[in-house]
Design a protein around this ligand. Structure first.
Ligand SMILES: [Zn+2]
Ligand SMILES: [Zn+2]
Length: 141
């Protein structure tokens, strides 16, 4: 993911307003590998910036996703997750069904073959797999 400074420039180039609140969202996402929900970004940012609204956090995350700066993921954990790892767009995800932990994994899915049902002329651009299970803490709880 780009640095908060680079994101500020890119937002301004697109005519989007950059407020201190939005910059706090940029900082919260930078180097964040937890695939946070909007609510958890809000919880973190509102500690330093009590005036920020959940709506502003949502709007900023949606703008970032629309620009391809982060990924919007639906992994069946109950809320959308936001992924700052766009450097490796082909990575896959591991999900703990107990606590909702999400981690990046590399899986070799290049050899997946669709046996049946592919419409004629359909060009496959990718294959997503989600590795589900329980983390050690959830498995022993
Ligand atoms: Zn867990
Ligand atoms: Zn990821």
């Amino acid at each position: 993911m780009r640095t908060p400074e680079e994101l500020t420039v890119r937002f301004r180039e697109r005519g989007l307003k950059v407020t201190p609140q939005r910059q706090a969202v940029f900082r919260a996402l930078h180097d964040n590998h937890t695939h946070p929900t909007a609510e958890s970004v809000y919880a973190e940012v509102s500690e330093q910036m009590p005036t920020i609204s959940l709506r502003t956090v949502y709007q900023t995350l949606n703008d970032l996703a629309g620009m391809g700066e982060i990924l919007h993921l639906e992994l069946g954990t109950g809320s959308a997750r936001f992924d700052a790892n766009v450097e490796d767009p082909h990575h896959q995800h591991l999900v703990c069904d107990g606590c909702g932990m999400v981690r990046d994994v590399s899986a070799d899915v290049g050899s997946v073959r669709v046996r049946d049902g592919l419409p004629p002329g359909f060009r496959v651009s990718g294959t997503d797999i989600v590795v589900r299970g329980l983390c050690r803490r959830c498995a022993t709880a």
